[in-house]
Design a protein around this ligand. Structure first.
Ligand SMILES: C[S@@+](CC[C@H](N)C(=O)[O-])C[C@H]1O[C@@H](n2cnc3c(N)ncnc32)[C@H](O)[C@@H]1O
Length: 207
């Protein structure tokens, strides 16, 4: 008998803060060094398995704070669940979901709404949400950073290697991948290199 599939949508703003520290202090400076003088000053990010949007919105807020001019960013956020995506596009979060966000983020990036807060339009419009099953090719190429956190563990084991290989194909040469802190690519036949930074471990595609 097939095992029941349990899909968790659990997420929160700045989940695993160490990843966001690594993004700010390691990945962004490294990408700026690597891409400086190149034809494009846009950092392209994919939040794969974005659930209700807290992850891509947190990335957008952080990059709005730390990315120096003339650098810009583009975020594509995808999920298999239409319900999650519609909540993500709406960008409304009840008070309980935004508890713990720094006050300056709440003031700068949210509008107060009945029972909670809504992400401000400029941040919402910085993200393109799309429905996508990671078992298929999303057709994305040249991503500089991919967040695929706490998703691979919901993909059946037989399909995992193909999912990871499609993430690889979506990424630019010299780019970075974040997976969940309890997930690993160890033992998989992949060209991703494990990278231990001062803040958090991550993976890189360095070809
Ligand atoms: C636990 S949430 C992770 C959310 C966010 N990445 C984080 O770490 O906070 C897992 C998400 O993966 C999505 N998901 C599960 N299987 C998927 C698949 N095959 N393709 C795309 N998304 C999938 C679920 O709908 C859910 O929203």
């Amino acid at each position: 008998m097939a095992e029941p599939v349990f899909l968790s949508n659990l997420t929160r703003f700045f989940r695993n803060q160490a990843h966001f520290d690594a993004l700010e202090h390691y990945v962004i400076p490294a990408l700026i060094r690597l891409r400086e003088g190149g034809p494009d000053n846009t950092i392209k990010i994919w939040s794969a398995g974005c659930s209700t949007g807290e992850e891509p919105y947190a990335i957008a807020m952080l990059l709005s704070e730390v990315l120096p001019a003339p650098w810009k960013f583009e975020i594509i956020a995808s999920d298999i669940s239409p319900e999650c995506l519609s909540a993500a596009r709406e960008g409304f979060y009840a008070d309980s979901r935004i508890a713990g966000l720094p006050d300056r983020y709440l003031k700068k990036y949210f509008d107060k709404a009945e029972g909670g807060c809504r992400v401000r339009a400029d941040i919402r419009s910085a993200i393109r949400f799309a429905r996508h099953d990671l078992k298929n090719d999303a057709g994305l190429r040249g991503m500089d950073i991919v967040f695929c956190r706490n998703v691979i563990l919901y993909v059946d084991e037989a399909a995992r290697a193909a999912v990871v290989s499609r993430l690889w194909d979506s990424m630019a040469a010299k780019s970075f991948l974040f997976i969940g802190h309890s997930e690993t690519l160890f033992g998989m036949d992949t060209k991703f290199e494990f990278l231990k930074t001062e803040w958090a471990p991550l993976y890189r595609k360095f070809i």
